[in-house]
Design a protein around this ligand. Sequence first.
Ligand code: ATP
Length: 228
Amino acid sequence: MVTADSKSTIEQSALSALKGRIPLIGLTGGIGSGKTAVSDLLTQLGAGIVDTDLIAHQITAPHGSAIALIEKQFGADFITTDGALNRDKMRSLVFATPEARKSLEAITHPLIRQETTKQALQLSEEGAPYLVFVVPLLIESGSWQNLIDLLVVVDCPQETQIQRVMQRSNLSREEVEQILAAQASRQERLKHADMVIENQGSPKQLEVEVQNLHQKILRFQKDRLSSS
Ligand code: ATP
């Protein structure tokens, strides 16, 4: 019988099978640091991007694969009339109740892992020169460090993060600060980084940083192949 646990092990081993064949890059950074901006630029350079945040949104969008399970576990109140997760209601619940967060993650994490593996294998088959896994809480989760070859951290001052997030959402300064406090600190993230993308300048400067990153990853693979 394939249980949820054995299935996730199968998926992890499917991902591990890619290790050594093409570079597996983890891309992380705090809220509003610029992960999406970086991954969009990397896409233009031909990288294979697997955005786990996007996958998390898709599975909880109208009639996404997590919806029926969430409704069964938490009740119809947590589902909007168009069949999506009621994010505001769920956010309040999981902020107040750690057990509810665990129950939600027990539903979403296996589905995210499954889709992550599927997309990674597909991008690899399509000939992507390397894969970038965008994982907002990569440092916090701990489960990615063994899989990836290089960890890239997008970094900018905390005040810049706050300003950017307030500008693009309805969140107040206090709400953004609350989210920041629940994430790994800037120092903690930088401590684990193999490469850092400084994103405190203009979008043009970011483009140059990302082009340098792209070249470094290609060089990493070239060096690895020539030394094997
Ligand atoms: P989240 O963690 O919330 O998903 P993120 O790390 O993916 O955020 P982005 O969405 O890429 O961050 O960037 C946050 C906001 O800041 C966006 O509105 C983006 O357009 C803007 N932004 C990112 N980098 C820069 C930059 N160098 N200059 C100006 N604005 C920027």
